[in-house]
Design a protein around this ligand. Structure first.
Ligand SMILES: Nc1ncnc2c1ncn2[C@@H]1O[C@H](COP(=O)(O)OP(=O)(O)OP(=O)(O)O)[C@@H](O)[C@H]1O
Ligand SMILES: [Mg+2]
Length: 344
């Protein structure tokens, strides 16, 4: 029996102190998330930080060690079976039936979800058209490229018309054009009211989400809208300024700049460096000091933090915190550094 009827006013996903342990290892540590309906939520974090484990718990495939989670209004602890009928799940390693055709793969998932009869045929046609796999309908699973396999996986995850879809690194093996096309598809799904929970390592994809969460070492360290996160106090201090500096050679310059006494942070971003200095060091002074240090400066300009800056800064703050905790220099009462702790 369903725990609660689906209600449009309820968030699509809500977790409260959700924990998953594997033996001594904590894969997900006290996760608190609220995701509204129709949202595209991007879930980011380094390898092994707990993203897939979170998704598996929310899909009712892995039971939480403790804590609560409701997905489409249903308690994951009480009715995981019912949740599976309400959601679509595209796992990180989706296993297609390689020796079945595209049509047969879709047919298999349709039967699994009870999408049959006349209405079922209409739905199948609809998703095949939406995802664009029709032109390959006679191809075997093993004959598809990585990107088309992902699309077929999405098609199979959508066939039962789920209200929430979990996509675990859906674009991992895709070229830039295929990635963009998949995102266009995700936007059209979201505009029709479907909620999307997407893990990714790509910052440009994170920027496209309506809200994002960043998990580090099993803890959610920040969540909120991409623009909101760029205002996080720990990242945009009143007393420092971030510059984009183009100079050559990049790596040698990185090491020289890092050694300048007042420089708070340096990161390589593509062909340039992002450098954080105290606010009292103005651009003129910085130019002068870079020149004196032997840097062949091409350009310099003050910039706002990017989403990657936000994650890098907060991760560094958390690493420092963990290190200090290990050395027992902090009171156990001091909270871990974090940014905005909510999702709209
Ligand atoms: N079935 C399992 N048994 C034991 N440990 C596991 C299991 N599944 C995950 N873990 C551990 O839990 C932690 C989180 O893993 P998880 O797969 O959730 O990370 P992730 O963020 O999805 O990483 P990636 O970006 O590499 O996909 C890791 O330390 C991993 O080794
Ligand atoms: Mg994973």
């Amino acid at each position: 029996m369903p725990l609660a009827a689906t209600n449009d006013m309820q968030p699509a996903i809500m977790t409260e102190n959700l924990v998953r342990r594997f033996g001594e290892n904590i894969a997900v540590n006290n996760l608190n998330l609220t995701i509204s309906r129709g949202e595209i939520f991007g879930f980011l974090g380094p390898n092994g930080s707990g993203k897939s484990t979170t998704i598996k718990m929310l899909c009712g495939l892995l039971s939480p060690t403790s804590g609560q989670a409701r997905v489409a209004g249903i308690d994951v602890n009480k009715d995981p079976e019912y949740i599976r009928s309400k959601i679509g799940y595209m796992p990180q390693k989706f296993s297609l039936y390689e020796d079945l055709t595209v049509t047969e793969n879709i047919e298999f998932y349709s039967k699994l979800y009870g999408v049959t009869g006349h209405a079922g045929n209409i739905r199948k046609k609809e998703v095949i058209e939406l995802v664009g796999v029709g032109k390959y309908h006679k191809h075997l699973g093993r004959e598809l490229s990585g990107g088309w396999k992902q699309r077929l996986a999405l098609c199979c995850a959508l066939v039962h018309n789920p209200e929430i879809i979990f996509l675990d690194e859906p674009t991992a093996s895709m070229d830039p054009v295929a990635r963009r096309e998949l995102w266009d598809l995700l936007f059209s799904l979201a505009s029709s009211g479907v909620t999307l929970f997407v893990t990714t390592h790509y910052m440009d994809e994170a920027e496209r989400c309506s809200s994002v969460g960043y998990i580090y070492n099993s803890r959610l360290i920040v969540s909120g809208g991409p623009d909101e996160l760029k205002q996080v106090r720990e990242v945009v201090g009143q007393d420092n300024q971030r510059y984009e500096i183009a100079c050559r050679p990049l790596v040698a310059s990185f090491n020289i700049i890092k050694a300048i006494e007042y420089v708070e942070d340096v990161t390589i971003f593509g062909q340039a460096l992002h450098v954080v200095v105290p606010a009292h060091i103005n651009e003129h002074q910085l130019r002068h000091d870079l020149h004196s240090a032997g840097i062949a400066l091409q350009s310099i300009r003050p910039i706002e933090p990017s989403l990657e800056d936000v994650f890098v800064t907060l991760t560094k703050a958390n690493i420092k915190y963990d290190e200090e905790m290990r050395q027992n220099r902090l009171s156990s009462l001091r909270p871990a550094p974090s940014g905005v702790a909510h999702v709209r």
